[in-house]
Design a protein around this ligand. Sequence first.
Ligand SMILES: Nc1ncnc2c1ncn2[C@@H]1O[C@H](COP(=O)(O)OP(=O)(O)O)[C@@H](O)[C@H]1O
Ligand SMILES: [Mg+2]
Length: 419
Amino acid sequence: VSSTPLRPARRRFPAAARGAIVATAILLAAAILRDQLDLLTVAVAAVAVGAGAIGSRGTDRTTVVGQPSPGPPRGVDLVASCPDPVIIVDRRAVVLQFNEPARSILPGIAERHPLAFALRAPEVLDALPPIAAGEPARDVVFGGRTATEATFEVRLRRVLSHEGGPAPAASVALFFRDLTAERRLETMRVDFIANVSHELRTPLASLIGFIDTLQGPARRDDAAREKFLEIMSAQGRRMARLIDDLLRLSRIELRAHLAPAGTVDLAETTAHMVEVLAPLARERDVLIHFTAPPGPVPVRGERDELIRVVENLVENAIKYGGSGKHVHVEVGLTEPEGGSRRAQLSVRDEGPGISPEHLPRLTERFYRVDVAESRREGGTGLGLAIVKHIVNHHRGRLMVESEPGQGAVFRVTLPAADT
Ligand SMILES: Nc1ncnc2c1ncn2[C@@H]1O[C@H](COP(=O)(O)OP(=O)(O)O)[C@@H](O)[C@H]1O
Ligand SMILES: [Mg+2]
């Protein structure tokens, strides 16, 4: 794949032609970087012709564009320097050249062997001869038949000479682009929009239903009005909470690359939130036990964000832990074990717990173990997704342990700040 030294005997080359080839090489490198394939096609053609004219046997190796003087070749090996897989085949689909990325997706590939030995994708292979014969360029998508099982778009381009005729050396270039990440993002985006729409539609439908009832059959029914207005208020609040959570998530995502700047006392922040949630705990007949070391527990962080972590974890423990139970909230500092000290927050409840199959998915947006229960509790399904994003932003870790019937423990560790 790498460069082939050029033969001295063939190196008589006019300076102007040399200049043109080097310029083409630079153009091609720039084109690859900027993903301008049309320019690239022409450039590959020019380089292939140039290199074919200089190269040994005039056929196989095509891409070293160097100085035609003795010594190691200078210049760029264009195919090798392309970050995506590139393969050049002749008109019989025999491999002339390929780069390392191509080898990593097609481990069986070898020069002078038919491409079909390494790539079993008829939609790609069948498209090669017509393109070599001059039919228009094509883009083919295929998936699952490479070492990485990825989905690729392959751009097939005939390699042309300066004059527009077929190049003597290579005839078709295959440019691969991995579509897997793009497709996964697209699926996530579509799912997310479907989820948000559904979450907003449910309370909205109920609001509209009650408004219709109040305007019609229940117009003069005072008792019904009281009851319906109460439900409507709860639904409206749920929609507001959902929008607040969505905005919060997107704000955290926007700031994900900025390291938290402040220093926060995790013990004080947690104590504050436990106090704020005391009325909810009383209402649910839940007893919160809070323990923290006597001094501050400083972490590098954003107080607003850490407050949301404590709020979501303690609120979940109160709501899902069950009434009449206890919730244990603990803040501490770990002793340094070779590394630096870490601050830890743990929230433990005595509820029904979470079965293992749900644990890995809890922090996905809108994932709930029991959708009806979450709705009843006014949940949005975004709490733990927010917690995970904030913990990541703080370079921390979130761990969940639970044995069904034994309650659940949510543990957050964060790098401690120097005092
Ligand atoms: N302490 C807990 N015990 C049992 N289940 C829990 C606990 N915390 C969270 N869960 C489950 O995880 C789901 C997701 O939690 P969360 O993201 O906070 O959303 P929400 O509380 O709005 O439903 C909850 O719906 C619940 O099923
Ligand atoms: Mg929650």
